[in-house]
Design a binder for this molecule. Structure first.
Ligand code: ZN
Length: 386
């Protein structure tokens, strides 16, 4: 075997295990492959068509580069976006594709230029994993608005063996260190996972609207995102009114700290709340009567849509908007600095998602429950079951 030819994997792992590995971080066979700049074997659950049914799948991650870290995934949670994208609701997809963008685990290997993480650190990954830019310091605005950002799954990635990024329903992931956050010791990993999308997606517009004590905040749709929006807003001192179509969620919503709960089983239920809110966060991920909910916001207040329906389309009645000159916008996750901020904030203030741990072979059942609104409120997959 010549010096330049890559070592056979089995041979490399064997040698690494006995040679103490020098300065390299060879605490696992997979980490040894990372150190050898070879592609990384991974195992997870993938969609293979638009059916919404996932199957076990083994695949290769891209080789570790100087600015990358390899994370042994411990937990990955289920976001409604996973389901939308795998079913092709947001456009045609390449399959097999591994979903999952709420990911936590332990750093297993680091590239030689990585300074922010070391092996053994607790790390989280959300909706972004890489950038085509060499330098990320100068990114204008936040990373999610950069055309060079690679999102966590289904996104073209030249050096990925499958040609696209593959998500977190898997045993491990390789990401550029810039796109990982630290998970503090005072929050359990399984509680931190949902913060990486549901947490930041709701935290960011609340902070943008300068959520504060006494502010009247509405939350429309109380699932994974909505239950975080309520708890974050309440922790900031806001008076929250929640709007749900599920009557059996009322007690939970009160426990999350909402001051009022409106069960919208009839559109007339909205009328008494017209013009009452400073801010509305809508997490509803399907078509609905937007104008009816916009009307609940005070004139010049703010309405932020964070739920993403099929084809990303919502029909908005212009008169409904003009009637109160409400600032209507939509928001996409948050930047990496703010993602670290929400993880730290939720750990410090014990603002935690309500989760249910599941095994990998329960993912398909869980997806169904998300679709029929039976999730309470975030399913978290135990990655040791992949
Ligand atoms: Zn998500």
């Amino acid at each position: 075997m010549s010096d330049t030819k890559p070592l056979d994997r089995r041979e490399f792992v064997k040698r690494s295990g006995t040679a103490a590995g020098g300065a390299l971080l060879l605490n696992t066979p997979v980490a040894a492959l990372a150190a050898a700049r070879q592609t990384i074997p991974s195992r997870g659950y993938a969609a293979i068509d638009t059916s919404g049914t996932l199957v076990p799948w083994s695949f290769e991650r891209r080789a570790l580069k100087d600015n990358d870290i390899l994370i042994d995934i411990r937990y990955a949670s289920i976001c409604h976006s996973d389901i939308h994208q795998m079913k092709g609701h947001w456009g045609p997809q390449q399959y097999p594709q591994v979903p999952g963008h709420e990911i936590v685990g332990i750093v297993a290997a680091v590239g030689k230029s990585v300074t922010r993480f070391k092996v053994g650190d607790r790390a989280g990954v959300g909706c972004m994993v890489n950038s085509r830019l060499e330098q990320l310091d100068g990114v204008e605005n936040e990373e999610q608005y950069s055309p060079d950002t690679v999102f966590t799954y289904g996104y073209p990635e030249a050096d990925s063996p499958t040609g696209i990024s593959q998500g977190g329903y898997a045993t491990n992931i390789v990401v550029r260190d810039h796109f990982a956050v630290h998970i503090p010791d005072h929050i359990r990993l399984q509680d931190a996972a949902p913060l990486l999308c549901a947490g930041i997606t709701t935290y960011s517009p609340l902070m943008r609207a300068k959520v504060r004590k006494g502010m009247k905040v509405g939350v429309a749709g109380v699932g994974g995102l909505g239950h975080m929006a309520i708890q974050i807003a309440v922790s900031k001192g806001a008076e929250v009114t929640a709007f749900t179509t599920s009557a059996d969620k009322v007690a939970d919503i009160q426990a999350f700290g909402a001051k009022a709960v409106v069960v919208v089983d009839d559109p007339a239920k909205l009328a008494p709340h017209q013009g009452s809110l400073d801010l509305m966060i809508s997490t509803i991920p399907y078509q609905y009567d937007v104008a009816a909910y916009v009307a609940l916001v005070k004139p010049y207040g703010t309405f932020t849509q964070v739920g993403m329906p099929e084809r990303f389309e919502l029909t908005v009645n212009a008169l409904g908007l003009s009637a109160s000159r409400v600032n209507f916008n939509a928001s996409l996750i948050g930047g990496m600095a703010e993602t670290q901020e929400v993880v730290d904030y939720c750990a410090d203030h014990q603002v935690l998602p309500r989760i249910e741990i599941i095994r990998a072979d329960e993912i398909n059942t869980a997806w169904n429950k998300v679709v029929i609104k039976r999730a309470r409120y975030r399913y978290v997959i135990d990655a040791s079951t992949f």
